[in-house]
Write a protein that binds this ligand. Structure first.
Ligand code: 5RP
Length: 219
């Protein structure tokens, strides 16, 4: 079975967490693209969605789903998104698609974060397989990079990428993140960092793993 087929299995299984007459929080990435396609089958049952990227907004509209601005809603029942890495505790690295800041904002509005992944995303320690993305105000790029080196990481500027917020991304290699919450706060305290891709404060409440045997739901 391909990785895409496993993503589709996880995305389809997430529909059961979507309640009628609600506004759904929707992340971004290829797994979420599968989810948006599946959510099209519920377009007449839900009020709409708040999206974490301009690309997801476009796909939702194509499915005939109304898109709300994050400022128009006070809370969401669920937020559904993928991850680049996820631990058994539900801590994640996100931001492979450079949408981490909006993902953090929309997921913070939600009562439950449902993470949809294929099994390649499961790790015991964050930073094992994926570099940590950090969104940075452009004028602070070199300063932030030096601070990340001082923390033990090897930051690399993601060439030709500008986020939906007009900022740049540093991908930090060689970080073994043993204390995700502490590291999330430490990096966010560097002047010029908008946010980093550790999702520990807003961890996943439910992980849905797409496997050849079907969807595994870990709560
Ligand atoms: C985008 C993200 C994505 O959720 C993450 O990169 C996973 O992507 P995919 O579903 O394509 O594997 O955080 O910023």
């Amino acid at each position: 079975m391909t990785q895409l087929e496993m993503k589709k299995i996880a995305a389809q299984a997430a529909l059961k967490f979507v309640q009628p007459d609600t506004i759904v929080g929707v992340g971004s990435g290829s797994t979420v693209n599968c989810f948006i396609e599946a959510l099209g089958s519920m377009r007449d049952q839900i009020k709409g969605a708040v999206a974490a990227s301009k690309h997801s907004e476009e796909l939702l509209r194509k499915q005939g789903i109304e898109v709300f601005n994050a400022n128009e809603v006070s809370s969401l029942d669920v937020y559904i998104d993928g991850a680049d890495e996820i631990t058994p505790q539900g801590y994640m690295i996100k931001g492979g698609g450079a949408a981490l800041t909006r993902e953090k904002i929309v997921s913070s509005l939600a009562k439950k974060f449902i993470c949809i992944v294929d099994s390649s995303k499961q790790v015991d320690v964050l930073g094992s397989t994926f570099a940590l993305p950090v969104e940075v105000i452009p004028m602070a790029r070199s300063y932030v990079a030096r601070q990340l080196v001082a923390l033990g990481g090897s930051p690399e500027y993601r060439e030709n990428v500008v986020t939906d917020n007009g900022n740049v991304i540093l991908d930090v290699y060689n970080f073994k993140i043993l204390e995700p919450l502490k590291m999330e706060h430490t990096i966010n305290n560097i002047a010029g960092v908008v946010t980093n891709g550790i999702f520990a404060q807003r961890y996943a409440n439910v992980t849905i793993v797409g496997t050849p045997e079907g969807a595994k739901i870990l709560e």
